[in-house]
Design a protein. Structure first.
Length: 314
């Protein structure tokens, strides 16, 4: 690549790295424990939704949590919740929709089972498209959830499904381990006192596989994700897949959580996490930059990250 092109790319990236996430950015969570019919499944999936509700509400002061279970898990209530987020969320906020329960797929269309009329993935996607948050995550933990991925795909939105296709129609266990990942510090692979969506996926994927192995059962679900808005779903980071999930913080632990709950430190924590995202973006662009430009920008970011971390640790 020519020096002139490298310099142009480096300058463009430098401009990108100047921007930071505002301290006022919030995360909106909508969780739905849909209709499942059978009492055993009803108890399992309702408990998962309620456990997730507790974890998310305790994760920071900058979160807004909407949880629908039982008789409230209707098409109208879900539409109202998503409309509320669409009215409130700003472009710099984040949005997470989690679907728990049963889904169906007829080889053409995926539908999420609710109390009363169901909702198709296309209908849900249209509602999510109205939400201004540029960084979005949809976690579809239902049966046949793989059939919903194409309808949900969009730039800036990561999609996780409990099954690799719409033909895996048995009830899933993935959601159990997804909720567990947000409570287990061992899910924090890089030890930065937070669990990203990618770390939670990897934890839940591994635990799901272990479940079927320990039960000596043929696995009927194979979790996948897609976060570029246009690719085929994958089971592990490859190429550009996984970059958005890796920088999507879901919950925090220890000092990071205390900082998130402390108004005096919240802005510093936001800056730290933004610097970490910038470093990840810079590493991805390394091949398109001159070695000098890369090292200069990386050093500047690492120095600033160390300064912010030292202030947080006081």
């Amino acid at each position: 690549m020519g020096g002139r092109v490298k310099r142009a790319l480096g300058a463009a990236l430098a401009s990108l790295l100047i921007a930071t996430t505002p301290a006022s950015a919030a995360t909106y969570f909508v969780t739905v424990g849909g209709h499942v019919g059978e009492p055993d499944y009803e108890q399992r999936f309702t408990s998962a939704a309620r456990d997730l509700d507790k974890v998310l509400k305790a994760s920071g002061s900058d979160v807004q949590v909407f949880t629908l279970t039982g008789a409230d898990a209707t098409r109208s209530r879900l539409t109202s919740a998503l409309d509320q987020v669409a009215r409130d969320a700003k472009p710099d906020d984040m949005f997470v929709l989690t679907l728990i329960g049963h889904g169906s797929y007829d080889s053409v269309e995926y539908k999420f089972n609710l109390v009363g009329p169901d909702m198709s993935a296309a209908e849900l996607s249209a509602l999510c498209n109205k939400i201004a948050a540029r960084r979005q995550l949809i976690v579809n933990a239902t049966s046949a959830s793989g059939g919903s991925i194409a309808a949900f795909q969009r730039s800036g939105r990561a999609v996780i499904s409990a099954t690799k296709s719409g033909t895996e129609k048995n009830a899933t266990v993935f959601v159990r381990y997804w909720v567990e990942a947000l409570q287990d510090p061992s899910a924090d692979i890089d030890k930065n006192e937070s669990v990203s969506a990618l770390e939670a996926f990897q934890y839940a994927d591994r635990k799901t596989a272990d479940f079927y192995t320990s039960q000596k059962r043929l696995a009927t679900e194979h979790p996948v994700f897609e976060d570029t808005g246009k690719g085929e779903p994958v089971r592990a980071p490859t190429g550009g897949e996984g970059r958005l999930l890796a920088t999507f913080t879901l919950v925090r632990f220890g000092g990071s959580q205390r900082a998130a709950l402390d108004p005096a430190k919240r802005e510093l924590l936001t800056k730290k996490e933004d610097l970490e995202r910038q470093i990840d973006a810079l590493k991805f662009q390394k091949a398109a930059m001159s070695e000098t430009a890369y090292e200069q920008q990386l050093k500047a970011l690492l120095v600033e990250l160390a300064r912010v971390q030292a202030t947080l640790d006081k």
